[in-house]
Design a protein around this ligand. Structure first.
Ligand SMILES: *[C@@H]1O[C@H](CO)[C@@H](O)[C@H](O)[C@H]1NC(C)=O
Ligand SMILES: *[C@@H]1O[C@H](CO)[C@@H](O)[C@H](O)[C@H]1NC(C)=O
Ligand SMILES: *[C@@H]1O[C@H](CO)[C@@H](O)[C@H](O)[C@H]1NC(C)=O
Ligand SMILES: *[C@@H]1O[C@H](CO)[C@@H](O)[C@H](O)[C@H]1NC(C)=O
Ligand SMILES: *[C@@H]1O[C@H](CO)[C@@H](O)[C@H](O)[C@H]1NC(C)=O
Ligand SMILES: *[C@@H]1O[C@H](CO)[C@@H](O)[C@H](O)[C@H]1NC(C)=O
Length: 746
């Protein structure tokens, strides 16, 4: 990858997933830069770098002719080969925008950028690479009315941009799936791709083949739209029928990542092909390594093109937790956080004092070995510094500090330990992310770990036994926000609530290739917002399937306003510390697919509104970069301040003087519908909504209302949350209201 010298490392969930679940050593050998220094290899071997050039074809170029368009792109190149004999042109783009990826030196770039039609150059950035039960958890039961009613998403196409696909997996069998719709222009390439009516496309823009060496792409694609496969488990865990959320939909894989990473130039090429081929939903379980302003981020720009053509773009919020940044956060993207599932791969740890701890283990063993063993804990309890011989026949207590690897655990077991109890790191709290570290490992929450540590410290005869319970369902509370799920606010659009929504992302079972360096199939367990994203892509396909004419914004609105604000205990959704989760963790709430297909009202948004918003946020240059429609100028467009964007969630400044936002809803339910306002806001917030009844007499009718908010908040409080609901005889349309101290009013 000599051309990719400008490493601006963007950390995809792929990497994070691998980081969480695989030996860290595998990672550092993949990524000599360590994955943390954006400029790490900037001054390396070649002076050629790959740039992505965005250009603006003159009217004399017929952009409908791919050939003419491509030739015009080539006219920018100083020569067809670089001095070192590599082709200069890496990819040509016609759908995400007019442009191309090209190998140039710095001085060549400055010459090329003087040519007529040049708009902007972006350095290529490397994104370092880093279910059986969840449909049921989301209320989807095979043969149940509504899921079958929408044909499990029949007729829609989900394009997955990821690490390739293991096409021979039974999840991609096409039993019961009709041929793709006539609009489909895609195809299958590569030895790994065996196209059928389920897997209708497989192309590669990275590597040599559309196959999946990592497993990530196969897992994601099957979560979104895998067919029903009965009697499956991940090594005995979670036995049941596996299915994607849109089990009847078609899948197209665009391979844009290999083990060395996902280059922006390849990602854009995948996006370009997906738009051209005619997908309905694009699923992006990949995230950059830092926030980028929307007009400086080719992925935000490409996603805008997709959305303006009616394609729903679903992106992972990132695995950076409460302290990190939020990814894929442009308002036109549907940004997905991750939550837990009501399932536990349980190991009961019985302490000698009679106390029982609910642990979990990826590797379950038979109960016959469940003898009682003494507990061992050294001073550091970090499992790096135990003395050989001291652990033989004992259960070793380790506190995860983030650096414990598979080889640490295996080392303890091979030194003769009877088992290892791994206590979550403090930040993870109640989020137990299962590690595939082999038998003998039991994982516990921080709270349970503290009980165990106290017991060990209380006396000299501490002992315990393990009882393996395999898979338990109905675990409460669920869902909870997973510790790794990235939190809002968005850096560049703080006035739009992000992430948008929560979906299952913790210990998800889905399809896996037979053998990879990161685990074996046919089913495997993975965690991350990588895993929650395809759940939402599947839901978007279900909604699209029942409402083929809806815009991307309408589908997003349907998904958000019908989501659940409460958990299985009917209380508010909790976070990884079992504290009440705030809106920056949950977005609108936890997805509820059955309700999403019938939302009653939608908050719609079109290109013109987004354009007016981009003008207000970033100005004319950004409009030309992101929207690229020469008949639109900021001067002529109605300005749309962030708070006024017709988004299905409401974010306003927290201040004593009243601040008003307007919203417009479209009736997509019964023609004659009357909605009454219900407000749920804390006392410190004063909210007035006008009118407070919306009466519709036609389908497609639009009604506007205003929301005026004032409040002082409590000293030191950064934001105050509430919600409004429009309630009719058969629909509830809920929007969170977040009032934020210090938020500008644009
Ligand atoms: C990386 O390079 C950019 C531009 O050359 C510079 O502004 C930035 O400070 C550098 N970052 C680091 C971490 O060195
Ligand atoms: C491409 O194929 C060649 C030969 O089959 C192989 O050596 C090489 O590792 C492959 N490259 C990638 C990126 O998969
Ligand atoms: C262990 O025993 C429990 C009952 O005590 C049972 O529910 C569980 O299935 C057994 N686990 C295995 C792996 O056999
Ligand atoms: C550009 O914007 C104008 C005005 O809104 C619209 O009529 C036209 O269809 C747009 N062009 C494209 C290519 O989207
Ligand atoms: C909101 O709507 C009201 C009534 O139509 C209008 O007077 C006001 O200017 C609107 N406010 C904004 C910010 O668009
Ligand atoms: C809606 O109500 C009006 C007046 O009550 C009635 O004339 C009309 O038929 C109703 N429309 C539908 C679709 O029920």
């Amino acid at each position: 990858m000599s051309s990719c010298t400008h490493l601006f490392l963007l950390l995809p969930l792929l990497l994070l997933t691998i980081t969480f679940l695989s030996p860290a050593t595998a990672l550092s050998s993949i990524n000599p830069g360590g994955g943390h220094h954006p400029n790490a290899t900037q001054s390396s071997t070649s002076s050629y770098q790959t740039y992505i050039l965005l250009v603006n074809p003159p009217p004399s170029i017929d952009t409908a002719s791919e050939n003419e368009h491509g030739l015009w792109h080539e006219s920018f190149l100083p020569s067809s080969l670089t001095g070192s004999g590599e082709p200069r042109l890496v990819h040509s783009y016609t759908e995400v925008f007019s442009g191309f990826a090209v190998r140039l030196t710095n001085s060549e770039l400055s010459l090329v950028s003087k040519k007529p039609g040049f708009v902007r150059a972006f350095p290529d950035r490397i994104f370092q690479p880093m279910t059986t039960h969840t449909p049921k958890f989301l209320g989807l039961n095979k043969d149940m009315g509504f899921w079958r009613g929408v044909g499990y998403g029949k007729g829609t196409i989900i394009g997955v941009l990821d690490a390739g696909i293991y096409a021979a997996h039974p999840s991609f069998d096409d039993t019961g799936i009709p041929p793709p719709p006539a609009k489909w222009k895609g195809s299958c390439q590569g030895s790994g791709a065996r196209c059928n009516n389920k897997l209708i496309g497989a192309k590669f823009f990275a590597g040599n083949d559309s196959g999946d060496d990592i497993g990530h792409g196969t897992h994601i694609a099957s979560t979104a739209a895998g067919n029903f496969v009965s009697g499956v488990s991940a090594r005995g865990l979670g036995m049941g029928t596996a299915a994607g959320i849109a089990a009847g939909a078609h899948v197209a894989m665009y391979k844009v990542c290999t083990i060395v990473g996902c280059a922006t130039s390849a990602l854009l090429a995948g996006l370009d092909a997906a738009i051209k081929d005619g997908v309905d939903v694009i699923s992006l379980s990949l995230a950059p390594f830092k926030s980028l302003r929307f007009d400086e981020d080719p992925i935000s720009i490409g996603a805008f093109s997709a959305v303006s053509k009616g394609i729903v773009v679903v992106g992972a919020a990132g695995n950076n937790g409460p302290k990190g940044f939020l990814a894929n956060d442009a308002p036109w993207i549907l940004t997905v956080g991750a939550g837990s599932v009501d399932r536990s791969f349980r190991v009961l740890m019985q302490l000698g004092n009679g106390y029982q701890i609910n642990g979990e283990a990826f590797t379950q063993v038979s109960n016959s070995s469940s003898k009682t063993f003494p507990l061992y804990m050294d001073e550091q309890h970090n499992c790096k510094s135990f003395s050989q011989g001291s652990v033989t026949g004992k259960i070793v207590i380790c506190h995860d500090t983030g650096s414990i690897t598979k080889s640490d655990i295996r080392g303890i077991i091979s030194a003769g330990a009877a088992g290892v109890v791994l206590i979550n790191n403090e930040d993870a709290g109640f989020t137990t992310l299962l590690q595939d570290y082999g038998s003998g490992l039991v994982q516990v929450t921080v709270a349970d770990g503290n009980i165990i540590k106290k017991y060990v410290l209380s006396g000299s005869k501490a002992a315990a036994s393990f009882v393996y319970k395999n898979t338990l369902l109905g675990i409460r509370p669920s869902p909870t926000v997973a510790s790794f799920s990235s939190r809002g606010p968005s850096k560049y659009c703080p006035g739009v609530l992000k992430p948008d929504i929560l979906a299952p992302g913790l210990n998800i079972i889905a399809a896996w290739p037979p053998v990879t360096n990161f685990g074996t199939g046919p089913f495997n367990i993975r965690s991350g917002t990588s895993m929650s994203t395809p759940h939402i892509s599947g839901v978007a396909a279900l909604v699209k399937s029942s409402h083929p004419d809806w815009s991307a914004a309408a589908i997003k609105s349907a998904t958000l306003t019908t989501s659940d604000a409460t958990d299985s205990n009917d209380g508010p959704i909790l976070d990884e510390q079992h504290q009440r989760a705030n809106a920056y963790a949950t977005g609108a709430g936890h997805v509820n697919p059955a309700r999403a297909i019938d939302p009653g009202l939608v908050y719609d948004l079109g290109v013109t509104e987004y354009a007016g918003y981009i003008c207000t946020l970033l100005g004319d240059h950004a409009l030309a970069t992101i929207v690229r429609n020469s008949s639109l100028t900021c001067k002529d467009l109605t300005k749309v301040p962030e708070a006024q964007l017709n988004y299905p969630t409401i974010t306003v400044p927290l201040k004593p003087t009243p601040f008003t936002v307007n919203r417009t809803v479209t009736n997509v339910g019964p023609a004659n519908s009357t909605y009454e306002l219900k407000l749920d806001v804390p006392e410190s917030l004063k909210v007035r909504v006008l009118p407070n009844t919306l009466v519709f007499s036609k389908a497609g009718e639009r009604k506007s209302f205003s929301v005026t908010v004032s409040g002082g908040g409590v000293e030191g409080q950064k934001f105050v949350e509430g919600s409004l609901r429009w309630v009719s005889a058969n629909h509830i349309v809920r929007s969170p209201i977040v009032a934020v101290a210090g938020l500008g009013s644009t």
